[in-house]
Ligand binder design. Structure first.
Ligand SMILES: [Mn+2]
Length: 434
């Protein structure tokens, strides 16, 4: 059970993706290495996560493997760690080449020990699309020498960009996982709120959040949770989660679990006191209205950059009204003054990676429009650094972000994380009854 075997629907998707990639590859043979285990120290390793493209193309869950896709023969071949009772005693069962072939829908599978014998035969006289893995990948030397000895040569590897384009669009099956991940995370954020008022340290709130995810069946987080009190919320990727909580603090939690490898990514900000007051209430109200307006704009045809600019202008107008910025919105945007309070983007794609499909070549002149089937986040934030002496003192050290996961649909959008409360009255009621 450590590694459930893929069902027929999963196998059909893997095969369809390999076929789509084969179309792009033409006659070149594709080599896609898996992830490998990273040591933390001595014989203790960091948790293993499969390389996302490799997972997307075949679903094989083990490290130190290689997927070969031959567009000419339409065959897919896996090289996988050999069965090894001694290693399996320590590390768990391996599928082995027989299991790989039986359960993962490939045409052939070999033990990785046989790479030096079988891969040169497959590559003979062929052009190869291959991006070598880092130097400590256990199969790198054998793959590289097979390529050098037998292949006609390397051609530009179209796989990362091609798969990135495919991965932008989520199938109904993938959306099922993403809906579940978002629902589990939404409930866990509420659990964190309920635990929040009794917590003395950030990690206790993290514990409540993670407990809820694990209880609901999500074994892994898509990224390490950010649980930030007070001014720690102004550090965008704060990870320490160990600070004591002060009675007047806002708590910012940016956390999302994954289901079947598919991420959720939700941020909520709430007052440990149970009541939004003063400048915190003003910044939160502004951020919330801007976030709801940003979501309302989403539909096919809107460019992510265009949407980001609209959201940025809304934040600028709000900050102008609160007296944190001066001049017209046009002036604020022209002089790039907003980045003092809003230094990040509004949206990113979401999928197998929390910041999904980042390898797409980005042309600054092109604002690729959103299309139905894409999933993105919407996450405006406002951060007044403690050391920002130009800001009114009462606003300093306040960080607010509100983030939801949005599916673009044919006629608009659907909020996958809608179950997670964000209205002031809802949050205050949850906090005060706990
Ligand atoms: Mn995000």
């Amino acid at each position: 059970m450590a590694h459930p075997i893929p069902d027929a629907a999963a196998l059909a998707e893997f095969a369809g993706r390999r076929a789509a990639l084969s179309e792009a590859a033409g006659e070149a043979i594709l080599l896609v290495p898996s992830a490998y285990v990273h040591l933390r120290n001595v014989d203790t390793s960091f948790p293993f996560f499969q390389e996302s493209d490799f997972r997307y193309l075949c679903g094989f869950p083990e490290p130190d493997s290689l997927l070969v896709i031959d567009p000419l023969t339409r065959q897919s071949i896996l090289f996988v760690p050999p069965k090894d009772p001694e290693r399996e005693l320590w590390d768990g069962l391996r599928f082995g080449s027989a299991g790989a072939k039986e359960f993962f829908g490939v045409d052939a599978a070999f033990d990785s020990d046989d790479l030096g014998k079988e891969l040169p035969r497959l590559l003979q006289g062929r052009s190869v699309m291959y991006t070598p893995p880092p130097a400590d990948h256990p199969l790198k030397a054998a793959i590289d020498s097979a390529v050098a000895a037998q292949a006609k040569g390397l051609v530009p590897d179209l796989r990362p960009a091609t798969v990135a384009r495919l991965r932008r669009f989520k199938s109904p099956r993938e959306l099922g996982f993403m809906r579940r991940a978002a629902a589990i995370s939404a409930a866990a954020h509420v659990a964190a709120m309920r635990a929040g008022r009794k917590a003395t340290h950030e990690y206790q709130i993290e514990a409540a959040y993670c407990f809820s995810c694990l209880q609901a069946g999500a074994r892994h987080q898509a990224y390490d949770a950010i649980v930030a009190t007070g001014a720690n919320a102004c550090c965008l990727h704060y990870q320490d989660n160990n600070a004591p909580i002060a009675p007047g603090d806002l708590i910012l939690i940016d956390a999302g679990c994954e289901v079947e490898g598919y991420a959720s990514d939700i941020t909520r900000t709430w007052p440990v006191s149970g009541r939004f007051t003063g400048p915190a209430r003003e910044l939160y109200s502004l951020c919330l209205q801007v976030q709801k307006d940003a979501i309302a704009r989403l539909r096919p045809g809107i460019g992510m950059r265009q949407a980001h600019i609209a959201t940025s202008r809304d934040l600028a107008e709000g900050l102008r009204q609160l007296g944190l910025l001066s001049g017209s919105v046009d002036e604020i945007m022209e002089k790039k003054q907003l980045s003092r309070f809003y230094p990040h983007g509004t949206s990113h794609h979401l999928g197998l990676d929390v910041h999904d499909v980042y390898r797409l070549p980005r042309d600054p002149k092109i604002d690729a429009p959103l299309e139905a089937g894409m999933v993105i986040t919407v996450e405006p934030g406002l951060y007044v650094q403690s050391h920002d002496l130009l800001a009114p003192a009462a606003f300093r050290g306040i960080g607010v972000r509100i983030e939801d996961d949005i599916l673009i649909t044919a006629d608009g959008h659907e909020i996958l994380s809608a179950a997670c409360p964000k209205e002031i009255a809802e949050l205050e009621s949850i906090l005060q009854e706990s």
